[in-house]
Design a protein around this ligand. Sequence first.
Ligand code: 2SA
Ligand code: MG
Length: 424
Amino acid sequence: MSTVVIVGAQWGDEGKGKIIDYLAGESDVVVRAQGGNNAGHTVVVGDQKYALRLIPSGILYKDCINIIGNGVVFDPEGFLKEVETLEGQGVSADNIKISDRAHVIFPYHKKLDELAENKRGKSKIGTTKNGIGPCYMDKVERSGLRICDMMDTDTFEAKLRGQIEKKNEIIEKIYDGEKLDANKIVEDYLAYAEKIRKYVDDTTVTVYDAVKADKKVLFEGAQGTLLDIDLGTYPYVTSSHPTSGGFPIGAGIGPNMIEEVLGIVKAYTTRVGKGPCVTEEDNETGEKIRVAGNEFGTVTGRPRRCGWFDAVMVKYAARVNGLTAMSIMLLDVLTGFDKVKICTGYKIGDKIINHFPASLDVLAKCEPVYEELDGWHEDITNCESFDELPENAKNYLNRIEEILEVPVKIVSVGPKRKQTIIRE
Ligand code: 2SA
Ligand code: MG
């Protein structure tokens, strides 16, 4: 198999970083195709920790080409800082190509992200304030500036000044905020333009050629299915498509060029921030999962909401992504429960539904219908094959596979690279 898409099948934080890193080592090309530096994962190699946000994971491997595709919203400041940090850690960050069609994030996008969030009051989305939403808004409104605009020294400044003027008007009149310094932005971005010029290319050609030459191409998803602007729990979503469908567009290839779609799935459910979460256990069980799984935000330290595996939701993710395989992460966190539960339906009043509803008001009314299985108490963190897992852990995985009708190909039993079971 030479092209694989990796997607988060829940609300992000499924542990994609570990599997992406695992596969990046054997890939010729790694492609990001959506989101921006709202993504982020930490890769641990030996005793070095690398924090990646915008740059694809293949950067840690020599000879791997790393693509920032046209579907990404590109923050030059964040990108250059990331390059600097990596180089400081001894990683050569040369093998990067940035799509000339990618949209650029400017300071007014970040400012508007912050102002809009503050104005939402109680109904905050909880955005990362990186300007992601406002940048995609400009793209869809057809007023955004792209990398190719930034590369055109004759016209870029005038286009940028026009944008800043319009945004400053909004900042001042709608939000009563302080205008941004146009000269400073122009000066900074003209300098960024020269620094990134060497990376800029038509990346749709690079990806196409690699696939045609039967090279190994890894499409690296960020966030998760339930954060998809179309298919997620709207409006508590991000502004891009973290689902598999986002990749052909965001990388500029035909959908038939993708062979495998690997869904990364936590053995239980977590959610950050607001919105309904049907299987949440706001009690001792949730606390036990949170502590065992270290379910606290990496940046803010915010505790994540935890609960049992929601098969209704993941079945939805399996369908809308066309998952061909799954990787079940953090199975070791469920060790030590007498019983483990899988949610197989949602009860609303006296009706049971098996599909994931569009409306959050409906979702908020759903009660989980559980199937209970015997748990396991054996330490599984040293298991090296599926067969070595305790019978009850195998039953749990087999049952998930049966319900979702997608094979479990990888099982993670601990944070280390070697604590990864590849099922033959
Ligand atoms: P934004 O900033 O506009 O994208 O925020 C909109 C909503 O999307 C959520 N969001 C996220 N939630 C979880 N993980 C995210 N990124 C991961 C990380 C990266 C990953 O660990 O940082 O898993 O690939 C992420 N990005 C956006 C955000 O909380 C808002 O609810
Ligand atoms: Mg994360």
